[in-house]
Design a binder for this molecule. Structure first.
Ligand code: SAM
Length: 277
């Protein structure tokens, strides 16, 4: 593959290798060279960069990243696509591409070795796993930047601010560790097959002092947002076993916080107080 794959090329490649897009695996291949290049530009990709890619598919982004002089660690679940990548893409980059077969939920960093200290993630994500995968990323070594193609609804939740109907646990976890650098709407016609939902290209850059929630704080916040229409005081009254959250609420109340507040109205900095409590 020497030039960026157009819609016709992708169709031809799939047919030539007896493959067809699998909806269950979110296989909507990017066929717009400008959006692909924009993804690399937003990631500020430079020669020598270490990149993690989720779901390389037919290798469109992978190929651009390798051509830009990056080392790429990629994980792909589909055996047919993996066979194609191993035969058609990997031999050209024997020392720069590390392809593994598996589920990105089990390998959120695509098998990135411990020795790689600084890395970025560039991915056109399979939509069904985007929130769980992002959650897993935020529980491990943090990338310096992420440039993600997402279903618009997922992106709206990722970047939502306090007070918005989309504000929830994933917004809290992401915004505490990352600054939002760019958000671009991407038309369905940029993919083959065209998805039924709109897409968003989202660029995140790590904060100077990223804040990370531990597993118990995360689970508690998720539980609270399951009752987002209720008042936080009454939600916590039903979670008496959760001493940490009780102490957190008492601390907030001493500073004038009203227990009648709904979870989506609690400020990010107040959620962040859970990290140190
Ligand atoms: N990167 C390619 C592109 O931009 O054209 C393909 C992107 S497509 C939206 C999503 C890719 O993720 C597909 O190749 C699909 O097989 C793969 N995939 C789906 N679920 C996966 C999972 N759980 N783990 C790893 N890869 C997965």
């Amino acid at each position: 593959m020497t030039s960026y794959p157009t819609l016709k090329k992708v169709r031809d490649l799939l047919a030539a290798h007896h493959l067809s897009p699998r909806k269950r695996l979110g296989q909507n291949f990017l066929v717009d060279a400008n959006i692909a290049r924009k993804s690399l530009a937003l990631a500020a990709v430079e020669p020598g960069d270490c990149i993690v890619e989720i779901g390389p598919g037919l290798g469109a982004l992978t190929h651009l990243l390798l051509e830009a002089g990056c080392r790429v660690y990629a994980v792909e679940l589909d055996s047919g696509l993996l066979r194609y990548l191993r035969q058609q893409v990997a031999p050209t980059y024997p020392h720069a591409l590390d392809l593994s077969k598996g589920d990105a939920l089990d390998h959120p960093l695509a098998g990135l070795p411990q020795r790689e200290k600084n890395f970025k993630i560039v991915a056109n994500l399979p939509y069904s796993i985007s929130t769980s995968w992002m959650d897993a990323v935020l529980s491990g070594r943090l990338p310096d930047r992420l440039v993600l193609m997402l279903q618009k609804e997922a992106a709206d939740r990722f970047v939502a601010a306090t007070g918005s109907k989309n504000f929830g646990s994933i917004s809290i976890f992401i915004r505490s560790a990352y600054n939002i650098e760019a958000i671009h709407r991407v038309s369905a016609s940029c993919f083959y097959p065209a998805p039924e939902v709109d897409s968003t290209l989202l660029s995140l850059r790590i904060r100077k002092a990223p804040l990370v929630f531990d597993a118990t704080a995360k689970e508690g916040i998720r539980r609270i947002f399951r009752h987002r229409r209720k008042q936080i005081g009454s939600i916590l009254a039903r979670m008496p076993e959760d001493k940490r959250f009780q102490t957190w609420l008492e601390g907030l109340m001493r500073n004038g916080f009203k227990p009648a507040t709904r979870p989506e109205q609690v400020q990010l900095r107040d959620w962040q107080r859970l990290i140190s409590s």
